[in-house]
Design a protein around this ligand. Structure first.
Ligand code: ADP
Ligand code: ASP
Ligand code: MG
Length: 422
C-alpha cells in the first residue's frame, strides 16, 4: 500500500462544488488502494479577505491574533472537505496543525517547522481513515500559541507531512497544469515543463513564481521529497520537481528552465556614503537588525572629487518603511547624505542550470530588453540565474520579450482553470 500526500490550494476548494469535486478525487485515490493524507488551503481568497478585515479593525494587528484569525481559514476548508468525503461513504477525519503535530518556532506569520509528530494522523490512517490536515498552520511548544507559516505555507505543510510520514509521493494540486516556463496568467503561450530540478525551482520561487512556496521547495530538497505539481481540474501529467543528486547525468536538461517576475520589492538608495572601509558593514548591520530580507545590492564607483558613493539594495516593500526609519535614525553616525525610496520597480529573473556551461546568456537577455526599449536599472547573477530590475510598468512586457528571445514560447495556449490571481 502506498501513502500519498496531496495538497489542494485555495482555488481548488473555492466553493462547495469545488470541495465536492476534490473530495471525489481524494476518494478515487483511496479506492485505488492508497493511504491518503491531504493538506488543504483556505477556500479561494479567504486568507486575503481575513487580512483585509484585520486591517479594517486595527492599523497594526497583533501578530498573535493575526495567526488566530488566518488559521481559521484552513479550519473551515478542512472540516468541509472531511464532511464531503464522509458523504461519499468514506471515513475522513480533519486535524488542525497542532493536532497534526506541526511544531514550529514562535515567529507569528513566518513560523518555521522545527518538528513534526503526526501520531494522531498515523492512528487515523491505521484505522482506515482519510486524513485531512489544515495547511499553513502550526503550534509553538513554548508559547503554546497557534502560528502560521507565511503566505503560500500550505505547500510546506504538505511537504513536511510527506517527509514525516515517509510518503511515496507528494502531489501539489493547483489551478494550472503544472510548472510553466513563465506565469501563464502573464504569458499565455508559456510551455509546461515535464520536469524541473529543485535547484531551478528554488530560484524561480525565490523570484516570484508563487506556484510553489520557496520554503516548501527547500524542505523537499533537504528531506529528499519528490514533488509532483498538477492540476486539480484534469488528469494531465503535471510537472515533477526532482532533486538533482538523484538524477545526476540522467538527462540533458534545456539551458533555460523559466523566467519569473516579482513586483513585491522596493529599492532603497543610500546617497553620498563616504567611500572608506567599514561603511557598507555599518549600513547593512543597521538593516540586518530590522530583520529585513535584502535581495540585490549595488554599489557605484565613487566620484573622485567627492569621495562619496551610492549604495542601492532591494527588499520586500512590506519591510521598506521600517528599514528607512532605522537608517534615518543613524544617519549622522553613518555619514550618508540622503535616502531615496522607490517602490515602482519590477524584478525579472531568468533561471536555468544550463547557464553554467553556456556563454552569452546575459548578452542575449540585455539585447532582448534593449530591443523592446526597456531600461535596466540593476543587475545581479548567481550560477544559474540572471536578474534585472526595471520599472514596474514594463515588467510584463519584459517577461514576454525575454520568454520569446530564449525560445520558450509553446505552441498552445496554457489553461488557467480557476483562481483570481490575487
Ligand atoms: P494555490 O492556491 O493552488 O496554492 P497559487 O495561486 O499559490 O495556487 O499558485 C498557482 C499560480 O501560480 C498560478 O495560477 C499561476 O498564475 C502562478 N504562477 C506563477 N509562476 C508560475 C509558473 N512558472 N508556472 C505555473 N504557475 C505559475
Ligand atoms: N491560505 C494561505 C495563503 O493564502 C496558505 C496557502 O494557501 O498556502 O497564503
Ligand atoms: Mg500557493
Amino acid at each position: 500500500m502506498s501513502l500519498i500526500v496531496q495538497k489542494y490550494g485555495g482555488s481548488s476548494v473555492a466553493d462547495a462544488e469545488s470541495i465536492k469535486r476534490v473530495a471525489k478525487r481524494i476518494v478515487e485515490t483511496r479506492k485505488a488502494g492508497n493511504e491518503v493524507v491531504v493538506a488543504v488551503s483556505a477556500m479561494g481568497d479567504t486568507t486575503d479577505e481575513l487580512l483585509d478585515l484585520a486591517h479594517e479593525v486595527a492599523p497594526i494587528p497583533a501578530p498573535r491574533e493575526m495567526d488566530m484569525l488566518l488559521s481559521a481559514g484552513e479550519r473551515i476548508s478542512m472540516a468541509l472537505l472531511a464532511m464531503a468525503i464522509e458523504s461519499l461513504g468514506h471515513d475522513a477525519r480533519s486535524f488542525t496543525g497542532s493536532q497534526a503535530g506541526m511544531i514550529t518556532d514562535a515567529r507569528h506569520g513566518a513560523a518555521r517547522i522545527v518538528d513534526v509528530t503526526p501520531v494522531r494522523l498515523r492512528e487515523a490512517l491505521d484505522e482506515g481513515a482519510i486524513v485531512i490536515v489544515a495547511g499553513f498552520q502550526g503550534f509553538n511548544r513554548d508559547t503554546k500559541d497557534i502560528t502560521t507559516l507565511g503566505r503560500g505555507g500550505s505547500d510546506t505543510t504538505a511537504v513536511a507531512l510527506a517527509a514525516a510520514l515517509n510518503a511515496d509521493v507528494c502531489e501539489i494540486y493547483t489551478d494550472v497544469d503544472g510548472i510553466f516556463s513563465a506565469d501563464p496568467r502573464i504569458v499565455p503561450n508559456a510551455h509546461k515543463l515535464d520536469r524541473i530540478s529543485s535547484e531551478e525551482m528554488l530560484e524561480l520561487a525565490a523570484n516570484g513564481a508563487k506556484v510553489l512556496y520557496i520554503r516548501a521547495v527547500e524542505y523537499a530538497r533537504r528531506h529528499g521529497v519528490t514533488l509532483h505539481v498538477r492540476s486539480s481540474f484534469n488528469n494531465n501529467e503535471g510537472t515533477i520537481v526532482y532533486n538533482e543528486t538523484e538524477n545526476e547525468g540522467a538527462m540533458e536538461e534545456p539551458m533555460i528552465a523559466g523566467v519569473a517576475t516579482d513586483l513585491s520589492e522596493a529599492k532603497i538608495t543610500v546617497v553620498g556614503v563616504p567611500d572608506i572601509p567599514g561603511k557598507a558593514a555599518q549600513i547593512f548591520t543597521i538593516v540586518a537588525k530590522t530583520g529585513a530580507n535584502i535581495d540585490m545590492i549595488v554599489q557605484n564607483v565613487s566620484a573622485a572629487s567627492t569621495g562619496l558613493t551610492d549604495i542601492s539594495f532591494t527588499l520586500p516593500k512590506s519591510e521598506g518603511q521600517l528599514v528607512l526609519t532605522s537608517l534615518r535614525a543613524e544617519q549622522e553616525e553613518t555619514g550618508f547624505k540622503a535616502l531615496q525610496y522607490d517602490d515602482q520597480i519590477g524584478k525579472l529573473a531568468l533561471v536555468g542550470a544550463g547557464m553554467r556551461t553556456n556563454a552569452g546568456v546575459s548578452a542575449k537577455l540585455f539585447t532582448a530588453l534593449f530591443e523592446a526599449g526597456i531600461n535596466i536599472e540593476m543587475i545581479s547573477t548567481s550560477e544559474i540565474r540572471i536578474s534585472v530590475v526595471t520599472r514596474a510598468d514594463t515588467i510584463n512586457d519584459a517577461l514576454r520579450v525575454v520568454h520569446t528571445a530564449f525560445g520558450l514560447d509553446g505552441d498552445t495556449e496554457a489553461v488557467v482553470h480557476a483562481g483570481t490571481g490575487r
